[in-house]
Design a protein around this ligand. Structure first.
Ligand code: PMP
Length: 381
């Protein structure tokens, strides 16, 4: 099927301008041309991250960026706190364990946000916690966490705050410096509108002190080595040159739209999607106060498998939603509206959903969801 409506939380659709940029004939990475490109990219990323910290663009998937953060801050036996409310929070725990950490895992019910007060209590009871690992946007549930509040709490302690912003950065505002995020790590294939293959990471001065004394083995993901190449060749190994070119263009698109407008657009898409789901009588997985601007999770109606709805959507209409992961498998479906997404994408998603629900034996009033979304977009009742 050539006509695709890809509505999963990564990889996401790549704007034609970015695709075109990436067809630039290949050039060497040990050249002035690459150095200029790298400098441009870092300056623009610092605007998106709202930071003056060092920024690294790693050739790796999002998880490689997470592993970089762990390998560079966690030595065997270190006490760390992971804040878990879904599959990607769990990944922090798995990584911390793999690097020999003494793990304190704080679990929050899937579909609910991290409670900052609990973070405060855990840190007070365990003043030797070295790193707190959080998730900005828990993609598996569609919850956006309050990184600002968590950041304020962690900043009052010696611990570092490391945040997985893989699915959120570029679609949800994050203020690295003001919110005291020591390491923010993200991926290219979601809100940043690129194909998979890059992980972007910022590192604070507080984090550098830990990284420099860290004892875990690392080679490709060694941030100390990566820092040595900054200002010289900028990347220690061969970077994904084409993706860097694409990133420069996608960042230009975001900055031309205006970051405030980018974030407002995502919130509008969220509000429309949620209004539509409510109008169809379906249950949203998250409350309004923590609902992700980039992905909406919906509970399948009683007795109907979420994956059966998804199958109809794909086979009959060319629309791909994401399914539920782990304990949520077949129970929810997830509609991404991140990155290169706009109003008509939401209307297509909802219109297809109405037809798919009808096909699987859960008849809805056709057009009711679309109408609710249109009303949000037009600001009318
Ligand atoms: N963290 C979050 C929040 C994610 O959404 C994802 C990807 N779904 C990852 C980490 C992992 O990224 P990758 O698959 O690129 O390794």
């Amino acid at each position: 099927q050539d006509k695709r409506y890809l509505m999963i939380p990564g990889p996401t659709p790549v704007p034609p301008k970015v695709v075109a940029a990436m067809t630039t004939p290949m050039f060497g990475h040990r050249t002035q041309e690459f150095q200029n490109l790298h400098k441009d990219i870092v300056t623009k990323l610092q605007k998106v991250f709202q930071t003056k910290n060092d920024i690294f663009v790693l050739t790796s998937s999002g998880t490689g960026g997470m592993e970089t953060a762990v390998a560079n801050t966690v030595s065997p036996g270190d006490k760390v706190l992971t804040l878990v409310g879904g599959k990607f929070g769990e990944r922090w725990s798995e990584l911390a364990k793999a690097y020999g950490a003494e793990l304190i895992e704080e679990n929050f019910e899937w579909g609910t946000p991290v409670n900052p007060q609990i973070v405060k209590d855990r840190l007070a009871a365990n003043p030797d916690i070295k790193v707190v690992f959080a998730t900005q946007n828990e993609t598996s549930t569609g919850v956006t966490n309050d990184i600002e509040s968590i950041g304020k709490i962690v900043a009052d302690t010696p611990a570092l705050l490391v945040v997985d912003g893989v699915s959120g950065v570029g679609g949800i505002e994050i203020k690295v410096d003001e919110w005291h995020v020591d390491i923010l790590t993200t991926g290219s294939q979601k809100s940043l509108m690129l194909p998979p293959g890059l992980a972007v990471q910022s590192v604070s001065d507080k984090a550098w002190q830990v990284i420099e004394n860290n004892k875990s083995p690392r080679y490709y993901f060694d941030l100390v080595k990566a820092r040595k190449s900054l200002g010289k060749w900028n990347t220690a190994y061969t970077p994904a040159v084409s993706l860097f070119v694409g990133l420069n263009t996608s960042l230009d698109m975001m900055l031309e739209e205006g970051l405030d407008n980018v974030y407002a657009r995502h919130k509008l898409l969220r509000d429309a999607a949620r209004a539509a789901i409510k109008a169809l009588g379906l249950k949203l997985m998250t409350d309004d106060n923590c609902a992700s601007p980039v992905i909406t999770s919906v509970c399948a109606p009683e007795g109907i498998g979420a994956d059966d709805i998804r199958k109809v959507l794909t086979n009959e209409f060319g629309i791909t939603f994401a399914g539920g992961q782990a304990q949520l498998k077949n129970k929810i479906f997830r509609v991404a509206h991140m990155g290169f997404a706009d109003k008509m994408d939401v209307l297509i998603a909802i219109s297809g959903l109405e037809m798919a629900l009808t096909r699987v034996g859960y008849p809805v009033e056709l057009g009711a969801g679309v109408k609710a979304a249109q009303q949000v977009f037009l600001g009318v009742q």
